[in-house]
Design a protein around this ligand. Structure first.
Ligand code: SF4
Length: 315
């Protein structure tokens, strides 16, 4: 069955035909994998980075619509290039040769039917696969991907449908992500090697939104009841009011305050979740990626291999 013909891969259930055309698809993607960038990344959580770095592959298009997306150029701006299956596998194998600890697929959900065919070869080559997604794939689509993925790195953006509607442009998000995360943790128990590198498991990320700490508290409470001890947690404090052409008025229109950051730290203690990861309190936008550059990130954090416009750029 060609699931691109009447696409219902994610909770949006657009039911459009993506064969050869992205027309009508919320994610803006046809049935051909489109990539923006690939390279080693050292800025992920330590169990994903290890010594060699995480072999990140950034897909173009996205099933959500966050007005403040830091990757706006590629998620909604159309930046990227279509590649063949052979090119995808070649990129994975070159990342492995560069020393990557894993193949980290960033926002891959809208390409599940293509990836289920390609990922077995990557895993056979001894590279763990990381599924780095917003967590809003439909359960039917997730069933297909489980056997091809070692590590799940889902977001848990919110469990509040108002917040999901206002900030992520998708009110039903909580009802999809919540069971998906429980199933990920059931099916992929944590396995960490002696040197602290994650070989299997689930690491949940939550971005704290300024002014919406009740939503963060709900997420932490849920995590402590459902996933504590079975999955890792990473709290992100880097919210940046990015201005994009589509959303010139970002909301929230400010950074997280220091007082809000401290309140989140208190919550982590209260829920017994201090053993996860939390970013330092940061403001400013110098770190924002720019996918026009060969290396969209800072040079200490990443080593480029492939760029959508320039092709292979690594040594
Ligand atoms: S992946 Fe999701 S957003 Fe994209 S066309 Fe399919 S249902 Fe729509």
């Amino acid at each position: 069955m060609n699931e691109y013909k009447e696409c219902r891969l994610c909770g949006r259930e657009c039911a459009v035909d993506r064969s050869n055309s992205p027309m009508g698809a919320w994610c803006g993607s046809s049935d051909t994998i489109t990539l923006a960038w690939a390279g080693l990344h050292f800025g992920e959580e330590p169990p994903l980075v290890g010594e060699g770095g995480s072999g990140t592959v950034f897909f173009s298009g996205c099933t959500l619509g966050c007005p403040f997306c830091q990757n706006y150029q590629i998620s909604r701006g159309g930046m990227g290039r279509q590649i063949t299956d052979r090119e995808f596998l070649d990129i994975a194998s070159r990342l492995k040769a560069m020393g990557a600890e894993n193949l980290n697929l960033v926002t891959p959900s809208h390409y599940i039917p293509s990836l289920v065919k390609l990922l077995p070869e990557v895993r056979q080559a001894g590279m763990p696969v990381v599924w780095n997604s917003s967590g809003q794939e439909r359960a039917e689509a997730m069933k297909e991907i489980f056997s091809s993925v070692d590590i799940f790195l889902p977001d848990l953006k919110t469990l509040d449908s108002r917040v999901a509607r206002d900030y992520y442009r998708f009110a039903p998000y909580p009802s999809i992500v919540e069971p998906a995360l429980r199933e990920m943790a059931d099916r992929r128990p944590l396995k960490i090697s002696g040197d602290g590198v994650m070989k299997q498991g689930v690491l949940v990320r939550h971005l704290v939104l300024p002014g919406e700490l009740d939503s963060t508290e709900e997420v932490l409470s849920w995590f402590s009841k459902n996933l504590k001890g079975r999955a890792m947690l990473s709290i992100m404090s880097q919210y940046t009011p990015v201005v994009s052409p589509e959303y010139p008025d970002p909301r929230p229109n400010r950074y997280l305050s220091e007082e809000e950051y401290d309140r989140v730290v208190d919550m982590l203690v209260r829920y017994g979740l201090e053993d996860g990861f939390i970013q330092e309190w940061i403001t400013g936008c110098d770190w924002l990626p720019d996918f026009n550059r060969t290396n969209p990130f800072s040079s200490e954090l990443s080593r480029p291999l492939w760029h959508w416009e320039r092709g292979y750029v690594g040594k």
